[in-house]
Design a protein around this ligand. Structure first.
Ligand code: ZN
Ligand code: ZN
Length: 474
């Protein structure tokens, strides 16, 4: 942070000799040409995601692997011409998955099932626990179960999730993972297993974090001490559900062995870098992604691609000519495990006004919809941005942008936000699984992302008039 402030403080001399107006070459033909070139020729985003998935691989927040990922990103940003590159550290409580991840049906149909622990899960100890499993069709059914009714039992939570372009089914199925274990614990359950929140049919559990708060926030029950919690792969969950159908009322007993552990307080960090603008008095454009992944996933879609896209766009804009505003890249640490990096960044930089925030964190497939939160307050800018990317197949929208996880600072400041919505049809096939690998990225669609981002970030970074001014989001 200090480096950034010093660099910005050193620039006013330069700014006084530069007109405080956008350079037409950068908002017009030159920028459009840079975006068009990205569509056919960009290799930078691919270079980032190929590099980090190959040279680093999975990078669980707060661990040595994430540190290697941050070091790699710092070196990459410096090698690609970014200024004020830094790894801004913060402290966090770090959970790791441990070694033993087993679920076994003991009776009436003995066989192993494929399971992985959810982030935040407690350990069963190496000897595991054995208990009857109680089935719930979804979180609502679990919520309706009487208090104490799961005493000594393992809760199983299903749901139905289908692929959607806008990813909206995540909101429907996600609570099974986000709050299911805490809710089951509040009813007396000693452990929880869920059907993976995903849309593929491989024997790959989809991991992710769970919390032990009650959904209504009315009680601390379940918060203080987590229970063991794991996700079954979708085929294994389907198998378990068939067992319930065929058991004819006989209890289904599971042996569950999960051995995650807490490492205590460790260091994570936010990687930042800048394309420095000509006028440091104008608030910067913040483009964000996250550098960490779950331990089981090389994180190509989530979120190596996002970091490649935002960084490639920032550099493309810089290469078209020094922009008016600074473009700041934020590769947040520790997003997956609770948005710790985004929160730390906002806290550290809250007094530095951000002009507009954008994030890429929904894979690498094409952008299809443009949203802002200033359509009503700055209709001219909204319309110009929307019109500029129509040629890439992106539609305007009246939906109000709310921003991604890593631009908390824009929400905290009540600032301008843009969402460049990606096609999420395949996203939950790969999300938080070992299948989130480089080969799943379609280079043609990745380049379309870079083209759209280059065009949008280029217009924003050369906007002389205030971008800020959207009404504060509650
Ligand atoms: Zn992500
Ligand atoms: Zn994720």
């Amino acid at each position: 942070m200090k480096k950034t402030m010093l660099a910005l403080a050193a620039l006013p001399l330069l700014a006084t000799t530069t007109p405080a107006h956008a350079d037409d070459r950068l908002t017009g033909d030159a920028l459009a040409a840079a975006a068009d070139r990205a569509l056919t020729d960009d290799t930078l985003a691919w270079d980032f995601v190929e590099g980090i998935t190959t040279e680093v691989g999975p990078r669980q927040a707060g661990t040595e692997a994430e540190k290697r990922g941050r070091d790699w990103a710092v070196a990459w940003l410096r090698a690609n011409g970014f200024a004020n590159v830094a790894d801004e550290p913060f402290q966090m409580e770090t959970w790791v998955p441990g070694e033993l991840h087993r679920a076994e049906i003991v009776s009436p149909f003995p066989q192993p099932l494929v399971i992985q622990p959810l982030g935040g899960s407690a350990s069963t100890g190496p000897d595991g626990i054995v208990a009857e499993v109680v089935e719930f069709e979804n979180v609502a059914a679990l919520a309706a179960a009487p208090q104490g009714s799961l005493q000594g039992k393992i809760a199983y939570i299903s749901h139905s999730m289908t692929p959607t372009q806008d990813g909206s089914q995540y909101g429907f199925a996600g609570p099974a993972r986000w709050i299911g274990a805490g809710l089951a614990k509040s009813k007396g359950a000693i452990a929880t297993v869920i059907k993976s929140v995903g849309t593929d049919y491989h024997r790959n559990p989809h991991v992710g974090g769970t919390t032990f708060r009650n959904p209504d926030g009315s009680s601390d029950v379940g918060r203080a001490v987590p229970t063991p919690a794991g996700a079954l792969s979708l085929p294994d969950a389907a198998n378990l559900e068939r067992m319930f159908d065929r058991a004819n009322g006989r209890p289904i007993t599971m042996k569950l062995t999960l051995t995650p552990r807490n490492l205590g307080t460790t260091t994570s960090g936010n990687v930042v870098g800048e394309i420095v603008g000509r006028d440091p008095s104008l608030p910067p454009v913040l483009v964000a992604c996250h550098i960490d992944s779950w331990w089981n996933a090389p994180g190509a879609f989530d979120d190596g691609a996002g970091c490649g896209i935002v960084a490639a766009a920032a550099r493309n804009v810089g290469e078209a000519g020094q922009p008016l505003r600074t473009i700041r890249v934020l590769m947040a640490g520790a997003e997956e495990v609770g948005l710790f990096g985004s929160v730390a960044y906002s806290k550290a930089h809250i007094d530095e006004k951000i002009g507009v925030g954008l994030e890429s964190d929904f894979g690498a497939d094409r952008i299809w919809r443009f949203e802002s939160n200033f359509r009503d307050t700055n209709p001219d800018l909204h319309a110009r941005l929307a019109a500029s990317i129509a040629r890439f197949g992106v539609a305007d929208s009246t939906i109000r942008a709310s921003g991604g996880a890593d631009i908390n600072i824009s929400r905290d400041q009540g600032g301008a936000i843009i969402d460049l919505q990606q096609d999420g049809t395949r996203y939950f096939d790969l999300h938080h699984t070992p299948d989130d690998t480089l080969d799943k990225i379609d280079p043609v669609q990745l380049r379309q992302n870079v083209a759209v981002w280059t065009q949008v970030v280029g217009i924003l970074a050369n906007e002389a008039e205030p971008i800020e001014g959207a009404p504060k989001i509650d």
